[in-house]
Write a protein that binds this ligand. Structure first.
Ligand SMILES: [Mn+2]
Length: 457
């Protein structure tokens, strides 16, 4: 189950080393059995899945190895529990102890004893995820930065901004985005350095995943646990998956805002290029400071980023004033399809392959047009129906305020977030799909306003 020392990957070695350091610290400081302070851990060999650790020990004060072995075995569950809290590992490994008889390990003992005392001093207080990240960044040579699939302005702004900061730290991370960078974001500094493919045999010490912790939003080709090294997730979504060895999650407007604060806390360097990226993240994820996620701190952060060198007009022109003419023609066609439900609370639009063909526009040009419906006064839910060349119909929903369209999408087998969701409908015509969803949305809004009036006080 536990691999041998020679075939350990860098990740196994690194995790083994932190397990070794932590067990040494625990034995010296908190273990109630004082005899255990006589034990020196010489090596830790991890299984490939990192769930099992073979822990080699020697006795430095002449204690009987078999007694020490029994004592260690009795302490195993205590050590595992403590390690689970202090090490940022996804799984706390199951420990198996083995007396170290090998001579080649012997030479390390003096070195290990002196190391242990300094580690004990350094790690006497629990490391925060932020401190773990800083440590892993320092220790890692090969770093991978990734944003989620179908990246938006926050994903790309975070990717490029953090990439720039790591560069200023003297690291050369790989920036990976297999879906490519949306045209409106190509103005961001560093966008040319992003790669859309990884080499099959690339192995990383540290992978940082930005703006998601959801398995279903991982970019295509995201490296396996064997290849990605320690996985750090930096995210601001309060509904999320459980990924990540190190998780930094804060409820702020954008990951760009989070990363700027993190940069200040960790005293990482920053410059105007990184500031432009983070500023763009924030503008993009707050809908230009309009959404409810916008707080005083968001504006303070933006002000600081402008002071450092971000140019607001540069972001605004790129995001909102650089459309190709074909997009505006498509906008005219789509706007012409706008309909409302009788009560005026639900708006819907559609787009067909023919409309794309006639205007020469691409699917990506539709981005944001769903807001044509939502921005009508009195509308609480807007839907966009898109007929796919394969014949099925994709519907996206956007809502205002507290209306949770993830629930509405779930009625059609889809999902998403409170204010943005979607589903796919099969074997219906566009007209049928629009009627069925309109009726469901109307019922849904009636039900949710019934809840609202019960809640209000
Ligand atoms: Mn975001």
């Amino acid at each position: 189950m536990v691999g041998n020392r020679k075939t350990q990957t860098r990740r196994q070695q690194r995790v083994g080393e932190s397990v070794r350091a932590e067990i040494s610290r625990l034995l010296n400081t908190v273990a109630s059995d004082k005899q255990l302070a006589w034990v020196t851990i010489t090596d830790v060999v991890m299984s490939p899945d990192l769930r099992h650790a073979r822990v080699f020990f020697v006795s430095t004060k002449g204690g009987d190895p078999s007694i020490l072995h029994d004592n260690l075995k009795r302490s195993a569950s205590f050590l595992q529990r403590e390690m689970g809290q202090s090490l940022e590992l996804r799984f706390t490994p199951v420990l198996a102890f083995q007396f170290d008889e090998s001579l080649d390990r012997g030479y390390k003992i003096d070195e290990l004893i002196s190391q242990t005392s300094s580690e004990t001093a350094m790690k006497s207080k629990k490391e925060t995820p932020e401190e773990s990240l800083a440590r892993f960044v320092t220790q890692s040579d090969k770093i991978l930065l990734c944003a989620h699939a179908n990246p938006d302005g926050d994903a790309i702004g975070s990717l490029l901004g953090l990439g720039r900061i790591f560069h200023l730290l003297g690291k050369e991370p790989v920036l990976y985005c297999p879906d490519g960078i949306p045209g409106t974001l190509l103005f961001l500094p560093g966008s040319k350095n992003v790669v859309s493919e990884l080499n099959v045999d690339d192995e990383f010490d540290l992978t940082v995943l930005l703006d998601t912790a959801d398995e279903s939003l991982l970019p295509r080709g995201f490296p396996s646990p064997q290849k990605r090294g320690t996985l750090a997730v930096i995210d601001h979504h309060m509904t999320h998956g459980e990924m990540g060895d190190i998780v930094i999650r804060r409820e702020v407007s954008a990951v760009g805002e989070l990363l700027f604060h993190l940069t200040k806390e960790l005293v990482w360097p920053i410059d105007g290029e990184a500031a432009q990226c983070f500023y763009t993240s924030i503008v993009s994820d707050t809908g230009s400071f309009r959404y409810t996620s916008t707080t005083p701190a968001t504006h303070h952060t933006a002000a600081e980023l402008i002071t450092i060198g971000a140019d607001p007009w540069k972001s605004a022109t790129a995001l909102y004033e650089s459309y190709p003419a074909r997009r505006q023609h498509l906008l005219a066609a789509v706007a012409g399809t706008l309909r409302l439900s009788d009560d005026g609370r639900y708006a819907y639009l559609y787009c067909t392959p023919k409309m794309l063909e006639q205007t020469g526009a691409a699917k990506a040009d539709l981005d944001g047009m769903i807001n044509l419906g939502r921005s009508v006064g009195g509308v609480e839910i807007s839907a966009m129906f898109r007929l796919e060349p394969e014949g099925h119909i994709k519907v996206s929903f956007r809502s205002k305020g507290q209306v949770d369209v993830a629930d509405l999408a779930a009625q059609f087998g889809g999902g998403g977030h409170r204010n943005a969701s979607g589903a796919t409908l099969h074997e219906v015509s566009m007209e049928e799909a629009m009627n069925v969803v309109r009726d469901a949305a109307r019922d849904f809004l009636d039900r949710s306003s019934a809840f609202d009036s019960n809640d209000s006080n």
